[in-house]
Ligand binder design. Structure first.
Ligand SMILES: C[S@@+](CC[C@H](N)C(=O)[O-])C[C@H]1O[C@@H](n2cnc3c(N)ncnc32)[C@H](O)[C@@H]1O
Length: 344
């Protein structure tokens, strides 16, 4: 009963994020519309055109992606659709509001995706691991948002009575893995009679390097224990490995738990879920969080889709179907920013 109350206390904190998400979504819309406007996209749509005419005029080659862009613009009636033609609903409105939830480095980072849309329409993708300002993104990852989401996910899991092997997928620069390690440490899980092993994995080798080399530093910065005291538990420190969620470098049935938070939309989510199921033992638990449609709006979706291999956001029904197809037997969700727990 107490655990349930605790879980809901953590989950309810996300209500605050849900409210802020409205501003954030408006920011996403604004930067995409501005980018397309700079390309002359809306000038062209002052007269009616079908999709082939739009593609031809701008030399767009990725018609499926163009459909997604048009769908986003239709979703909030920025443009209209009639008789197979698209046209601007004049005047073009670009709202000025800027979100308070995102820090500057995160906003710059997201702007880089919007800037990649014109090239993506011509068939060029961004590569996830290249060209980003690591310091800025790392900084952004330390936003409290992710921590709040993590706490809610852990409260939702509520299996601290059981030790096991846990894989943290998309661990970033390691703060997340430190927080996970601390949860188990404070509950006295690192002792000879328990087999609690924690692994961190990320596709980005630079992030992973920081996570690995600075684990003790990050840990002591986030702990009331001294470095010396923490070092006594060195043999229980996490093992870090570079790897992708769509090809997890571990054998079948290896883990009891897989934690994956705010990662699925960056990759081929369906494939990732079947990989996670493969490395989980029968009865093993995958838990974490993902923002789904419609909470994540269509504009954020098309920005993420500039990255090679990224499927972007999905809705709950798609998620449930993929989970079932991947062999998960039970699934639990909590909204508004979806926290999930799925049992194989
Ligand atoms: C938005 S961050 C979330 C980080 C962390 N899980 C948290 O909640 O604080 C997304 C992370 O996923 C990693 N990532 C992206 N695609 C991945 C993939 N295919 N496999 C593993 N990690 C991936 C990124 O490098 C980044 O560290």
């Amino acid at each position: 009963m107490l655990n349930k109350a605790f879980m809901w206390k953590e989950v309810l904190k996300l209500g605050f994020l849900g409210k802020r998400l409205k501003d954030v979504n408006q920011f996403f819309r604004r930067i995409v519309v501005e980018e397309l406007n700079n390309q002359g996209f809306f000038d062209f749509l002052k007269s009616k055109h079908n999709i082939d005419e739009i593609a031809k005029n701008f030399n767009y080659t990725d018609i499926d992606y163009l459909k997604e862009v048009l769908f986003a613009l239709l979703s909030d009636k920025t443009i209209n659709y009639e008789d197979k033609t698209y046209f601007l609903k004049e005047p073009l409105v670009i709202k000025d509001k800027l979100p308070v939830l995102l820090n500057k480095s995160m906003m710059d980072y997201i702007r880089s995706f919007a800037a990649a849309i014109p090239a993506r329409l011509k068939g060029e993708h961004l590569r996830y691991t290249t060209g980003y300002n690591l310091f800025n993104f790392d900084d952004a990852l330390n936003l409290k948002v992710y921590s709040i989401i993590r706490k809610a996910s852990f409260a939702f899991l509520n299996v601290f009575d059981k030790a096991g092997r846990l894989l943290d997928i998309g661990c970033g620069s390691g703060l997340e893995t430190v927080e996970i390690w601390n949860i188990y440490f404070e509950k006295d899980f690192f002792s000879e009679d328990k087999i609690m092993e924690i692994y961190g994995m990320d596709i980005d080798k630079d992030f992973l390097k920081i996570a690995k080399e600075e684990f003790l530093l990050t840990l002591s910065n986030n702990s009331s224990y001294s470095k010396e005291e923490l070092l006594k538990f060195k043999k229980f420190f996490p093992k870090f490995k570079v790897g992708t969620a769509i090809d997890i470098p571990f054998e079948d049935d290896y883990f009891d738990f897989v934690f994956i938070s705010q990662v699925l939309h960056w990759t081929d989510s369906k494939k990732a879920l079947s990989e996670i199921s493969r490395v989980l033992k029968p009865g093993g638990i995958m838990f974490g969080s993902t923002i789904m449609k419609p909470t994540a709006n269509e504009y954020l979706h098309i920005m993420l889709r500039t990255i090679e291999g990224a499927n972007g956001f999905f809705d709950k029904q798609e998620f449930k179907n993929w989970l079932t197809e991947s062999g998960f037997k039970k699934m639990y969700f909590s909204t508004p920013l979806t926290i999930f727990k799925c049992i194989k």
